[in-house]
Design a protein around this ligand. Structure first.
Ligand code: SAM
Length: 248
């Protein structure tokens, strides 16, 4: 990590909502199905967002009547959230979502947009599942949205795959198969210069996440390939998984 804000420092936070492929993630066509899904699972309870960022999901979820609290490592990202109308109704605790605790219990905790992979060790990912389980009320759910590792798309011997290409921005994923490592390199032309941001991840298969849930005392309730409950198959590029804490 470069500083206290991790890989989402002031420079990244300032451009997060508009930059490259991330801007597309703010489109209502992308956000609305996420909100519909989470509203249904939250029921009359509270929601905990791990890695709340600038509030892409938390703000519309709060507008739909669900109380939301967030955990966020980056003060710069949290400050962007704070600058937006409606954010005064959302609590944010600054800290690492693998270990940070907050008051109260939640009917749903969610970790979207591949953010579980920001924890770059298996131990930290397991710790995150355990931390979530400790915050859920009995019968509460943990929802993760994360890509399926794209190793089938990597030609033998190659380590790099382009995941985004436009006239002004490019994204390259670099795999280290032995370590389950993945570094996402983002390049974007800003004011006539190329800005680079490279973020390390630890990729994990759906079955490994199921095992982490089991270690934390939760079990798989649903797995889909998208927020509209599209079937999860061998061709799915990502999954939306829901693990449940036992009701008693
Ligand atoms: C890709 S952004 C997603 C933000 C938001 N959830 C969204 O969907 O737009 C990942 C966020 O998680 C935060 N983050 C990464 N690792 C974290 C950690 N270990 N603890 C807390 N926040 C973390 C980053 O600072 C960043 O704001």
């Amino acid at each position: 990590m470069h500083d206290d804000d991790g890989y989402f420092d002031e420079h990244v936070a300032a451009r997060y909502d508009e930059s490259g492929e991330i801007a597309e993630m703010f489109d209502p066509a992308v956000v609305d199905p996420v909100i519909d899904f989470l509203v249904e699972i939250a029921g009359s309870g509270r929601a905990l967002e791990l890695g709340i960022g600038t509030g892409r999901i938390a703000l519309p979820l709060r507008r739909r009547g669900v109380p939301v609290h967030g955990i966020e490592l980056s003060k710069a990202m949290a400050a962007r959230l704070r600058s937006k109308p409606g954010s005064e109704e959302i609590g944010v605790t600054i800290g690492d979502f693998a270990t940070t605790t907050v008051d109260g219990t939640f009917s749903v905790a969610y970790l979207v947009f591949n953010t579980i992979l920001n924890l770059t060790t298996q131990a930290a990912q397991i710790q995150c599942f355990r931390n979530v389980a400790a915050h859920l009320e009995p019968g509460g759910c943990f929802v993760i949205e994360v890509g399926v590792p794209e190793l089938q798309r990597l030609p033998p011997g190659e380590t790099i795959r382009a995941f985004h290409v436009s006239e002004t921005s490019w994204g390259l994923d670099e795999y280290d198969v032995a370590m389950q490592g993945l570094t996402s390199h983002h390049f974007e032309i800003v004011d006539g210069r190329v800005a680079q941001n490279s973020v390390p991840f630890r990729y994990a298969w759906p079955s490994e996440l199921d095992l982490m849930a089991q270690l934390a005392g939760m079990k798989l309730r649903e797995r889909w390939s998208g927020w509209k409950r599209e079937p999860f198959t061998s061709d799915s590029r990502k999954h939306v998984s829901v693990w449940e804490k036992p009701a008693v």
